[in-house]
Design a protein around this ligand. Structure first.
Ligand SMILES: O=C(O)CCC(=O)C(=O)O
Length: 293
């Protein structure tokens, strides 16, 4: 039984994104939030990115340069579904997964997940980009599901998107030979002029097409803004670059069955540079907290 209506599915393909309320149960949301509270507390004892490491040996937890024990700035948890039952359950089997299957299914597989956290006053910003430039595949039937862990309005660093931009073109994330992780300044200016905010209550989800241009500003409010971001692909979309956030669950079928054939619909694709640090925020020029020597 489909979870999304025909109108919602059409809106997704027209606009490149779709907001849906109550995408997880209150119990699931409470469990996700309890884990975050625990990890924020844990981060107080650390003054540089910390483990348990991801399978490529990078730290799982990353804090912004403004982090301190008194005012934590935990900003990224890589693949929380590897270390938390609550996050694994939502990644594998929440209503969000059925929604994704309605959009790009019936056969859907998991690619990676992360939490982007902007605690109150966090300086973290996300430059405009299209996710496909970070995670190119043989086709673009890929959905990023951004689950709101907090109520999000225009004051606390909401996601902003450019409706319709998923129809192209793909914009380069390179400045000459340097992978900057964001589009050029003039393209960002144009994107900002056409952007709309994605707002909603905790438990809402923004289902976003992989080629939709989006970004987000710093959190200027006295309340947190957390997103649990899960990336799913059609089973016949095969990665053509290494996963920037590898997980033992990568490629796991979450709905339907495995593909026998890869579907190729992309012609020429600019390949990303792989991150070496704990999160892509450093690529965007926002250094992690590092212990003083
Ligand atoms: O955290 C955000 O506001 C945006 C997240 C995002 O752009 C991404 O992970 O691709």
């Amino acid at each position: 039984m489909p979870v999304l209506s025909r109108e919602q599915i059409d809106a997704f393909w027209r606009d490149g994104y779709l907001m849906v309320e109550d995408a997880v149960t209150p119990t699931q949301l409470a469990a996700l939030k309890a884990e975050i509270a625990k990890w924020v507390e844990e981060s107080r004892a650390h003054s540089s990115p910390f483990g348990p490491p991801t399978i490529d040996g990078r730290p799982r937890f990353d804090m912004g340069g403004e982090h301190s024990a008194e005012k934590p700035a935990l900003r990224r948890i890589n693949n929380p579904s590897d270390i938390s039952d609550a996050y694994r359950e939502v990644m594998l089997d929440a209503r969000t997964v059925d929604m994704v299957a309605d959009l790009i299914g019936p056969d859907v597989k998991f690619h990676h997940c992360k939490i982007n956290l902007k605690l109150s006053g966090a300086k973290t910003e996300v430059s405009y980009h299209q996710d496909f430039a970070y995670t190119p595949h043989t086709n673009s039937d890929i959905v990023t599901a951004l689950l709101f862990l907090d109520d999000i309005d225009e004051s606390n660093g909401c996601l902003t998107v450019v409706p319709g931009s998923h129809k192209g073109p793909m914009l380069s994330l390179f400045d000459g030979e340097r992978f900057t992780g964001g589009v050029a300044a003039d393209a960002e200016k144009q994107a900002l002029a056409k952007s709309v905010p994605c707002l909603g209550k905790a438990g809402s989800v923004c289902l976003m097409h992989t080629k939709l241009l989006h970004g987000s500003a710093a959190n200027g409010a006295d309340k947190a803004r957390g997103l649990y971001i899960c990336v799913y692909t059609a089973a016949d979309a095969v990665p053509i670059a290494r996963n920037p956030m590898p997980s033992p669950n990568e490629g796991r079928i979450v709905r339907g069955k495995e593909a026998r054939f890869a579907r190729l619909s992309e012609g020429r694709v600019e390949l990303p540079k792989q991150p070496k640090s704990a999160s892509f925020f450093t690529v965007l020029g926002q250094e992690s907290k590092q212990a003083a020597e």
